[in-house]
Design a protein around this ligand. Structure first.
Ligand code: GDD
Length: 317
């Protein structure tokens, strides 16, 4: 079986590539970077530079590889960055997705390949109290450019299933964390600063954003196992939340990481630049549908994820 991952060199892409490789797949991945081979340790995973702006280029790659499964991970994944680069976020997440869907429907594998599209809990945006925990039926009222971009892809998803009969599935993951995640996301932002302080590279103060928000965190290793299970056993045309169902305050994450630190004298400073123009106070997902349809559930505790993230940065710095 051949799997193709767009955006393979990203945080989730790297974990997914390993997972599929371990399951015995022949794994191909695309990246927009020009010198991709230097970036991947496992040489069995074949990386192909792709011009995401060119539908012809995408079509050529699909017809050459003839994947049985496609995982569309490429995109702009930072909510914060989406406020700073609105046009790029909309172009990267919406236009690129349309080009992939167009290429797929014109390709030799249009009738056979399954494609998993990746949305986000940010699509839900502003949620009424009575609609928490959030199910897939909740009305989409995104409150960030990133949320708008992903809500748009879920509408496109429904059209391409109905109109062209493509074998598409749609994942709506809530926050995912784990070793390898870049800075710009909360757990890596905190863990990297703590390790820099431990190593004496940084003064003993950590800069943070909004600590009051509560989010539903899942380890990336659980997320990629949900992705492969969905493609194997999920229903075509369906949208699936991927979440733990347990909210954690950002303050809890910070406190837990500070407790794990070797340095017990770290001062916390709130940084106005790390606050968002708008954000929803609490997201809790409902994972009943994915549990019932494919039997997926989380296996990593948040504490285990945080320990692994801190250790990752201790090795990297
Ligand atoms: N990044 C960051 N850095 N966030 C901080 C910080 C900080 O120093 N301090 C507090 N926060 C708060 C943010 O305000 C937000 O409420 C929460 O921590 C999580 O922020 P992120 O880790 O940046 O994630 P996100 O919720 O904006 O987006 C992530 O989750 C989405 C699913 O809900 C991303 O992984 C998206 O790609 C994903 O779709």
């Amino acid at each position: 079986m051949r799997a193709l991952i767009t955006g393979i060199t990203g945080f989730v892409g790297a974990h997914l590539a390993e997972e599929l490789h371990n399951q015995g797949y022949e794994v191909f991945g695309t990246t927009r970077k020009s010198c991709p081979n230097a970036m991947f340790a496992n040489s069995a995973i074949q990386i192909i530079p792709m011009n995401y702006n060119s539908e012809e280029d995408i079509l050529e790659i699909l017809n050459k590889i003839k994947p049985h499964e496609i995982y569309h991970l490429a995109g702009q994944s930072s909510v914060k960055m989406s406020w700073e680069n609105k046009v790029d976020t909309l172009e990267t997440n919406i236009i690129l997705t349309v080009k992939l869907l167009e290429a797929l429907r014109k390709s030799d594998v249009a009738d056979s390949a399954k494609l998993l599209m990746i949305g986000s809990s940010e699509e839900y945006g502003s949620i009424d109290n009575e609609n928490t925990p959030i199910t897939e039926e909740a009305v989409l009222r995104p409150i960030s450019p990133y949320g708008v971009s992903k809500a748009s892809t879920s509408l496109l998803f429904q059209q391409y299933v109905k109109v062209y009969g493509l074998k598409l599935l749609y994942a709506r993951p809530f926050n995912h964390i784990g070793p390898g995640q870049d800075i710009g996301f909360v757990t890596s932002d905190f863990a990297k600063q703590i390790v820099m302080i431990e190593k004496g590279i940084h003064l003993p103060n950590i800069s943070v954003g909004n600590l009051e928000a509560q989010r539903d965190f899942t380890d990336v290793r659980d997320i990629v196992s949900a992705y492969t299970m969905l493609v194997e056993k999920g229903q075509i045309g369906e949208i699936y939340n991927i979440c733990s169902g347990k909210p954690h305050a950002i303050k809890y994450i910070l406190t837990y990481l500070l407790d794990l630190s070797f340095n017990k004298n770290i001062q916390v400073k709130q940084d106005e630049n790390k606050m968002r123009p708008s954000e929803f106070p609490i997201y809790i997902g409902d994972s009943t549908k994915i549990q019932e349809h494919i039997g997926w559930e989380t296996t990593y505790s948040i504490e285990k994820s945080l320990q692994d993230i801190l250790n990752y940065w201790r090795i990297m710095i």
